[in-house]
Design a protein around this ligand. Structure first.
Ligand code: ACO
Length: 402
């Protein structure tokens, strides 16, 4: 590893790396990815073990504090999270300021950014206690914010959080319960939801996490930084791919249409790409996609809809693409977003909620990375350089003489 910063300070080495394909922006102890082996470890623990044996709040603790919690630590952490799920009542008016047809991600960017105007006692990043309170608040309130963005979007009244339910069940209830009607959370769905959260919890220096770190490097408050992360995640090349992927699978419709879409994805004159395919780091397989595919099978079977046509189209698309030289040569495999939308769709979520659910789950990753950056005494403002390719020096010409 060459420390370019040091070399630059000593007399001027300068790298040009668009898209940061080979530039590390920080040191981190949180998440490790081996793209060739298809391995993802959080604090050393493989993602498939965490998805199978752990649950989301335990993984949150692991990411935030570095180790798996003892029973007492877990109980205390869950207590702190469940006691911060409520939003300041004044914030309901903030939701109401949006147009009903606003995308829930647009609402989330605004509401999370506005939290700094409601929670003044957790914006001072120099105070470790305030940093901790901000972290817990964000993790606890994000399901309420995402669920309320959805309720507002579909014109239903907000459902308040219930602290006796677990994290995933509480979120499902806030999304799907209607006042004056009984609503029992289906344990199959809440387990599947929890697993989707776990699989999205962190993914080292991806675009949205790097955005959070860059925003934070200026000393911005935590709510502003996480709002920046949500905004970045929205793009279809990143978190927005889960919505785009299900829409693509529906557009393909039936397996006989697949070859046409495969040909389009290979055509350099066509901007179309297979959504849910490809990854900057994974060049063998995405371990999250493996778990997600298995989860899709299990959930749809338990719900008695295993013949779901979208799932069949997805499986056939994967099979055909993985036998095609174009995808094999470019090492393009299904990523985490390829199967997640099928599960969310089966649960009853509209596609517009897929990326908000990703944002909700990734919040803990953003916060863990944010905390890690702030606790490094040597951290400095992020300030990339550029390769200037514009005009050379020229003299101003008065407007009448141009
Ligand atoms: N379909 C067709 N071709 C593709 C695809 C795809 N999904 N992905 C990459 N390629 C091709 C590119 O056209 C390019 O071909 P070329 O070398 O002939 O020009 C080559 O593969 C490399 O692609 P890049 O865009 O340079 O790879 P990069 O690492 O920058 O991009 C990305 C990775 C953004 C994920 C890309 O694969 C993509 O757009 N995938 C579809 C969107 C998607 O699923 N995003 C979710 C990512 S995971 C996440 O955020 C949770």
């Amino acid at each position: 590893v060459i420390d370019i910063g040091k070399l630059y300070a000593q007399g001027g080495v300068f790298t040009f790396d668009p898209g940061y394909t080979s530039t590390a922006s920080c040191e981190s102890t949180i998440t490790f990815i081996d793209g060739e082996k298809g391995e993802l470890l959080h604090r050393g623990y493989p993602i498939d073990q965490l998805a199978e044996k752990s649950h989301f709040l335990e993984v949150c603790y692991l990411l935030l504090y570095g180790d798996l919690p003892t029973p007492a630590q877990l109980e205390d952490f869950e207590f702190r999270v469940t006691n911060h799920t409520m939003l300041h009542e004044q914030m309901t008016y903030f939701f109401r300021g949006f147009r009903r047809d606003a995308h829930p991600m647009a609402i989330m960017v605004g509401v999370v950014g506005a939290m700094s105007a409601f929670y003044h006692d957790s914006t001072d990043i120099t105070d470790p206690w305030q940093r901790e309170v901000a972290s817990i608040r964000l993790i606890a309130k994000m399901p309420t914010i995402a669920a309320w963005a959805y309720k507002y979007h579909i014109g239903q009244p907000f459902v308040y959080p219930r602290n006796d339910l677990d994290y995933a069940a509480n979120f499902l209830r806030m999304c799907f319960a209607v006042p004056a009607e009984e609503y029992e959370v289906n344990p199959i769905l809440s387990r599947a939801m929890d697993r989707i959260f776990t699989l999205h919890a962190d993914h080292e220096q991806n675009a949205s996490t790097s955005t959070v770190r860059l925003a934070s490097s200026s000393g911005a408050n935590p709510f502003a930084c996480i709002a920046a992360g949500i905004a970045c995640l929205w793009g279809p090349a990143h978190g927005g791919a889960n919505q785009a992927c299900l829409e693509m699978l529906r557009e393909i419709g039936t397996p006989d249409q697949i070859p046409e879409y495969i040909e389009r994805a290979k055509d350099k004159d066509d901007p179309f790409r297979l959504m849910g395919f490809g990854h900057r780091v994974y060049k063998n397989f995405d371990p999250r996609a493996k778990v997600m595919k298995q989860s899709a099978d299990e959930v749809l079977e338990l719900l008695g809809i295993e013949d779901n046509p979208t799932l069949q189209t997805a499986k056939e698309l994967e099979r055909i693409a993985l036998e095609d030289d174009y995808f094999v040569d470019k090492k393009l495999y299904p990523n985490v977003d390829f199967y997640s939308g099928i599960i969310l769709d089966a649960m009853g979520f509209p596609t517009s909620m897929f990326t908000p659910i990703f944002a909700l789950a990734r919040t803990v990753g953003w916060i863990s990375q944010w905390k890690e950056q702030l606790s490094d005494p040597a951290h400095k403002i992020g300030r990339p350089r550029q390769l200037y390719c514009g005009a050379t020096r020229r003299d101003y010409v008065e407007v009448e003489n141009r």
